[in-house]
Design a protein around this ligand. Structure first.
Ligand code: ZN
Length: 171
C-alpha cells in the first residue's frame, strides 16, 4: 500500500464524471488499498478514486472510530436503486475541501447495488451516517461535491476562498 496525494478544490479533476470499472482485478484492488491507506492517514471516513486523481467509479467507506476495529467497505460501480423520501441532515466535510463543514440534507436511507472486492455483485441497504457517506462519495463519481447541496452564497464563498489559497500557494 502507498499513500497518494489527495486532490483539493479547485482542481478540475473533481468535476469529471468517473468511468465505470471494467474489471475488479489486482490493479483495481491496489488502488483500493492505496485509497484506504490515504483515507486512514488523512483521516477521513470516505474517499472516491477521483479524489486521488483517478476518475474511475470506485470508492471506500469506513465509519469505524479511532480505536475501533476497521471495517472498510470497498465499492465499485455503485448504483442507487432506491432512496427514501425521508431526509436526514448531517454536517458534512470532504478531504478535497479541507476544514470546511456544512449541514447537508439527503435521503435518510438508500439501497445500493455495487461490485465488491472480489468482483462480486453486492447489494446494501444503508441508513444513518453510512447512507449519507455513500451518497457523498457517489456524488464524487459524478463530479458533484457536497458544496453543491448548500446555498449558492456559501458555495461561492468557499470556492473563492480555495481559488485564492491556490493562487497564493503558487506565488
Ligand atoms: Zn468528499
Amino acid at each position: 500500500m502507498s499513500l497518494r496525494d489527495i486532490v483539493t478544490l479547485p482542481d478540475p479533476v473533481l468535476r469529471q464524471v468517473s468511468k465505470p470499472v471494467e474489471r475488479v482485478d489486482s490493479e483495481a484492488r491496489k488502488l483500493w488499498d492505496d485509497m484506504l491507506e490515504t483515507m486512514y492517514d488523512a483521516p477521513g471516513i470516505g474517499l472516491a478514486a477521483v479524489q486521488v486523481g483517478v476518475p474511475t467509479r470506485m470508492l471506500i467507506v469506513d465509519l469505524a472510530k479511532e480505536g475501533e476495529e476497521r471495517k472498510p467497505l470497498f465499492v465499485a460501480n455503485p448504483l442507487i436503486t432506491w432512496s427514501s423520501e425521508a431526509q436526514s441532515d448531517y454536517e458534512e466535510g470532504c478531504l478535497s475541501i479541507p476544514e470546511f463543514y456544512e449541514m447537508v440534507s439527503r435521503p435518510s436511507e438508500i439501497k445500493l447495488s455495487y461490485v465488491g472486492w472480489q468482483g462480486e455483485a453486492q447489494e446494501l441497504h444503508a441508513t444513518g451516517l453510512l447512507a449519507t457517506c455513500l451518497q457523498h462519495e457517489i456524488d464524487h463519481l459524478n463530479g458533484v461535491l457536497f458544496i453543491d447541496h448548500i446555498s449558492r452564497l456559501k458555495r461561492e464563498r468557499v470556492i473563492k476562498k480555495f481559488a485564492k489559497a491556490q493562487k497564493l500557494g503558487k506565488l
